[in-house]
Design a protein around this ligand. Structure first.
Ligand SMILES: [Zn+2]
Ligand SMILES: [Zn+2]
Length: 302
């Protein structure tokens, strides 16, 4: 058992949550997505100031820590059902995000947590902690470092800035073909297929990792200028069902026509779950001697 305050204060300090001010993406998305009720009633003042940190404050003591990437209905139902009074869920995104399936349905983009689920979380006095931007750019435990470790990247240097911090990593791997890399990534990210684009390369040496939404032309250009052969991201194309999503898809396809790089999309959700599963939860379990459990999505192309 650990005091919730002790756990939360440790996380806030470790991830320098206050240093970044309001989260660059979530401070826009969260107020936008809740329309029909006052979400602030459910969330802490700390959270609706910074959009990171303790989002829902439950009991004073935590017995088990859970971790996932997005608060989908499936994830929250499992958390509520399996958690004991006071337990805490660590998330990367504070709201759900449907990014769409390259071989299936398009995504609806950002989605609120339903009021009914928020009530059940409150009734069981559970806590939710979310850490977005600070987890993307941390120097020890980050979405990118987790992927780099799993792929076996060497000579790593940070690259690609977002909101003033590096969110990408460039490094080298032992020569591998696009086809072999696809198989390797499918196994690492537990996905049945990838989103692939650009050129088929027989010898990939230099790789960039951009977790989450990497489908940005500026990011592509920076990687290409650095001599990268493989661009690995959560999203390489937008599969989001709105005007902006369609425009981004067009732009990305246009860029890939003349690019020398191979592009690998492993799904936004899976690209950011790895750090939760492999780094955040084992770290907290050890530090606070707490049982920790990850909650995966049943479909990563969510
Ligand atoms: Zn992220
Ligand atoms: Zn993300």
């Amino acid at each position: 058992m650990v005091s919730r305050n002790e756990l939360v204060n440790f996380l806030n300090t470790y991830f320098s949550v206050e240093k970044y001010g309001p989260d660059p993406a979530m401070s826009r998305f969260v107020p936008l997505v809740y329309e029909n009720f006052d979400w602030r009633e459910y969330f802490t003042e700390y959270f609706f100031t910074l959009f990171n940190g303790l989002m829902i404050s439950g009991d004073d003591y935590v017995n088990h820590v859970f971790g996932s990437v997005f608060p989908t209905e499936e994830v929250l139902n499992q958390f509520i059902n399996e958690a004991e009074f006071g337990d805490l869920l660590f998330l990367h995104h504070p709201i759900d995000m449907e990014c769409g399936d390259p071989q299936g349905k398009s995504g609806r983009f950002i989605l609120p947590i339903k009021k009914e689920l928020l009530n059940r979380i409150k009734n069981k006095k559970l806590s939710i902690y979310s850490c977005h931007h600070p987890l993307d750019c941390h120097y020890e435990i980050s979405t990118g470092i987790a992927i780099a470790k799993e792929i076996g990247l060497k000579n790593i240097t940070p690259c690609i800035k977002q909101a003033g911090e590096f969110v990408g990593l460039i490094g080298e791997i032992d020569d591998i073909s696009s086809d072999k890399l696809i198989e390797k990534l499918k196994a690492i990210f537990c996905i049945p297929y990838l989103d692939f684009g650009g050129k088929v390369n027989n010898t990939i040496k230099k790789v960039v990792i951009v977790p989450g939404s990497g489908d940005k032309i500026d990011f592509f250009k920076e990687a290409e200028t650095s001599g990268v052969d493989a661009y690995i991201s959560g999203e390489i194309h937008s599969h989001i069902d709105n005007e902006k999503g369609k425009a981004k898809m067009e732009e990305a396809l246009e860029y890939m026509k003349d690019s020398e790089m191979s592009f690998f999309g492993v799904s936004h959700a899976s690209s950011e779950f790895l750090v939760i599963k492999k780094m955040v939860l084992p770290f907290l379990a050890k530090k606070f001697e707490l049982p920790a459990k990850e909650i995966p999505l049943s479909n990563w192309w969510h």
